[in-house]
Design a protein around this ligand. Sequence first.
Ligand code: SF4
Length: 399
Amino acid sequence: MDKELLHEVFRREMNDRKIPLSLGKTCPVKCAFCYEKDTGYRTTFDTPLTTQEDWEYILKQIQAYPTGTEHWVVGGNEYMEWTDLFLHPRAMDWLNEFLDTTDKNITLFTVGYTPANEINRLAEKYPGRINFELSVITLGSYRKRLMPHGPTVDQVLKILDGPAVTSANFYSFGPDTMYGDAIKVSQVNNKCLLWMGCLTPLKYIDRDTTMLMRQGKKFLPREAKKIYEANLPNSTMIQTESDITAFLNRNKIIKTFDACELEKKDAVVMAGNVYKVMSLLRKNRARYLYVPNDTLGGDSNCSTLLTFDDVGRRLTNEKRVFLPKVIMEGSSGEEKDISGATFDEFKSRFPNCNFKVLHKVNSKLSNKKLYEKGYLKNYVEDYLGNPLHEKFEAVALPN
Ligand code: SF4
């Protein structure tokens, strides 16, 4: 890749507050659940292994950005492929240098390749500047199968045993999986946030892993209740179930759509999660145009992750269609979906249809609500504890 293009890719990622390091190859960890297994839905550039010279360029650019409260994320993931960057031999040195020579905060995601002593020492030296999201995934018997090349359980527990980790995520895969991990993690670190839920199978996830993810979903209520009863000192959140999030925020969703002043005949695009809320609680308020998440496929069911291609496939001869703003907020500042397709391109494909944007249905709102109602307590008390959730789960999606 020539230098100019490489720098252009770096700059695009940095615009989105990403620190675009690269391993120069696909991730060698080969997790069975990896959402980067198929990046065919978006344009990515094959960036080579980051060199010292690249790093100097990146750091200089970042230093020129104004100080802000936002966190810089280690790794590009819009124009580059996501990998575990702590496999890069210089990653820790550069992390150190970033903290030393900038006034900015940093977020890092890893399945556990950060050397335990070093990262905990850095967290002590720069309190409050490192947001460390540790992808534990599972410490139980499914670990070998899901992460054949992942770090050992001992390595993960060693990292957890210190001040560095801000949040640890792990999932339900069946009886005593998520619960067992919550207890183990909390015993070693009673301060980090426990971030739990299910993994959603997408179309390129293999059959066995898909079945395991679905088994996890089936056991989620049981696992969550057991953790709730254990009353752990850590904060506990469930954030990966878009249906559950939609149900917990149903009043806000209804109110937001009501405020959009739609006519009964208006066609409004939505994915399954919002469709279920609206058709259960606001039947016939408008024409709900259910759009499956075909681009990601599998069991995905989330309006935020719809693409223009998904919408295009469902259009017949509509004259006017309302689109939620979230679809075109795939990249900062530009009207693009998660695959990088622009709203203008999409509109030009359907010259006889007038597209209206529902600006109130935006990602600022959905992210806010995701966090507000994302606690395990909300799930157990307000979802499982509310008999209406059974009716909600039974809502059938149109063919
Ligand atoms: S470590 Fe992360 S990027 Fe690498 S295969 Fe696993 S989930 Fe994917």
